[in-house]
Design a protein around this ligand. Structure first.
Ligand code: UDP
Length: 234
């Protein structure tokens, strides 16, 4: 259904149950789903978060300069990107990490046209180091890169099934939306992703599907058009 996708995976997800670091088994499971997508003919770009190592707004960073802390956060996304690249290439698909912060020995610099060329050649592209700027999140990086590469959809893989009217862990009456608009997310104050990412997607008509990747195979299901999670549109 979707030819070119941008998949956002949070750093926390890569830690699986551990809360910190990388769960190698989970990373290779996600990698195998990405490889299936590529083998099915989809062009796959990935943005990984870094919350499993460091966040600029984390408690450990409370006494730090925010810019320095955000630099640490962005570098932690590169660690995740390399782990994911390794797992994908082990499964026989070429994968390039492109970093928004230059580090030639580790990753290619982010060059939009080159990223698109990699995708056209069937390589998976992982965008590391967020936007390269402090005060942003990897959700905003995902929205930005999705637009730049002209992805058909932004896929936000999370640990919950979709967008709920309230926190389903706290409110038994919480219901999941099948579809919702970006404006309604803002109006209802739903904490889906930061508002800069939401408004970027809204202003540029980028559809987004939020779904759980806890169940194996969900990434492939969403890309093949199965109705999973919540579809967000402008
Ligand atoms: N970050 C940043 N600029 C960006 C993207 C990320 O400064 O464009 C930093 C920020 O400190 C953030 C951290 O990198 O907290 C990790 O990213 P994020 O919190 O989005 O990761 P996730 O929650 O997806 O694991």
């Amino acid at each position: 259904m979707y030819k070119r996708v941008l998949l956002k995976i949070s750093g926390e997800a890569l830690a699986a149950g551990r809360g910190f670091g990388i769960d190698a088994i989970f990373v290779s499971r996600v990698a195998s789903e990405i490889v299936q997508l590529a083998n099915n003919g989809s062009q796959v770009a990935v943005v990984v978060g870094g919350g499993n190592f460091f966040r600029g707004v984390a408690e450990q960073a409370i006494h730090m300069d925010r810019v320095a802390a955000d630099h640490m956060g962005m570098l932690s996304t590169v660690i995740n990107a390399i782990a994911m690249q390794d797992a994908i290439e082990k499964l026989g698909i070429q994968c390039r990490v492109m970093s928004a912060i230059e580090m030639h020995e580790v990753a290619e610099p982010y060059i939009r046209r080159r990223a698109i060329r990699h995708l056209e050649k069937g390589r998976v592209v992982i965008f590391g180091a967020g936007t390269g700027n402090p005060y942003f999140s990897t959700d905003t990086a995902a929205a930005l890169r999705a637009m730049e590469i002209r992805a058909d959809v932004l896929l936000k893989a999370t640990s919950v099934e979709g967008i709920f009217s309230a926190d389903p862990k706290k409110d038994p009456d919480a219901t999941m939306f099948q579809t919702i608009t970006y404006m309604d997310i803002i109006k209802m104050g739903l904490r889906v992703m930061d508002t800069s990412a939401v408004s970027l997607c809204n202003d540029n008509n980028m559809p987004m599907v939020i779904f759980s990747m806890r169940e194996e195979g969900n990434i492939v299901r969403v890309v093949s058009g199965e109705k999973l999670g919540t579809l967000v549109t402008s």
